[in-house]
Ligand binder design. Structure first.
Ligand SMILES: Cc1cc2nc3c(=O)[nH]c(=O)nc-3n(C[C@H](O)[C@H](O)[C@H](O)COP(=O)(O)O)c2cc1C
Length: 171
């Protein structure tokens, strides 16, 4: 199973960036950093359809697993990730063919936050979105970053990481 990780964070080289790349190394996944693309906010008139969103999605749809990686900012995905997710509505309107392809894909989430325990509403946003689009949901890998730092021990093999990578490889 091939895996694309879409990274949306306000901090290049920060906690989510490090975790996403660590999982990419372990799962032989490809990381797409949303900061490298011009993705405009959702527009009902689709005047933004010439930006990077559709070409990026065409590339991402070559993979079996689509993993969205975001820090938790105020119990929510980062603004880059939210703008990206809003644009998935284009796949239900002007690019329905691409939207239908999502039904054969699996989704998962990588997240970092300061809280010791993951806030459930954060995961629900992704889980409900994947369900709505007919995608299989493979779960979330959450890394609690005390004092705002991703400690090296977080990147050691852990049961949660092993389990997450195993789920990505599984059909
Ligand atoms: C604007 C902002 C809001 C945040 N809100 C939360 C939050 O609601 N819950 C939480 O656990 N951590 C919160 N944090 C902490 C970040 O999620 C945490 O430091 C994360 O690892 C940062 O990842 P990054 O380096 O990719 O930005 C917040 C941080 C910022 C900058």
């Amino acid at each position: 199973m091939s895996t694309a990780i879409l990274l949306g964070t306000a901090r290049n080289g920060g906690n989510t960036h490090q975790l996403a790349h660590h999982i990419a190394d372990r799962a032989s996944a490809q990381v797409f950093d949303l900061a490298d693309y011009i993705i405009c906010p959702y527009d009902y008139s689709h005047n933004n359809s010439g930006d990077d969103f559709l070409p990026l999605m065409r590339e991402v749809l070559r993979f079996d697993n689509i993993v969205l990686a975001s820090p938790i900012y105020w119990y929510s995905p980062s603004s880059a990730m939210k703008v990206f997710l809003d644009r998935w509505s284009d796949l239900l309107t002007i690019e329905k063919g691409l939207g239908r392809q999502l039904r054969q894909k699996s989704g998962a989430v990588i997240a970092t936050g300061a809280n010791a325990v993951l806030t459930p509403c954060f995961e629900e946003i992704f889980q409900l979105t994947y369900n709505y689009l007919g995608m299989q949901y493979k779960g979330i890998l959450y890394c609690a970053c005390e004092e705002d730092i991703l400690h090296p021990q977080h990147l050691l093999h852990s049961f949660a990481m092993d389990d997450f990578v195993r789920k990505l490889h599984a059909g």
